[in-house]
Design a protein around this ligand. Structure first.
Ligand SMILES: [Zn+2]
Length: 71
């Protein structure tokens, strides 16, 4: 991992954060957005627009949770 490239800017499409699945500090890759109907979003406790990230350590797809909160 190149320290000079460490950034949380979305244009680089990666973030470093603690993965709740594998409990590792991993680099997450931005893979897209998911749109939810308002009722579904509310029931799930999510916003209507959710960013999806893939953990570089365990390859799990996550919604914007640890990756964005700890970035
Ligand atoms: Zn992980």
């Amino acid at each position: 991992m190149d320290k000079r490239c460490e950034t949380t800017d979305l244009k680089y499409r990666t973030r470093v954060g603690l993965c709740p699945t594998c409990a590792q500090v991993a680099r997450f890759t931005f893979v897209g957005e998911q749109h939810w109907p308002p009722q579904v979003a509310q029931a799930a406790g999510l916003g209507p627009l959710v960013h999806l990230w893939v953990c570089g350590s365990c390859q799990t797809t996550l919604t914007e949770t640890a990756a964005e909160k700890s970035a």
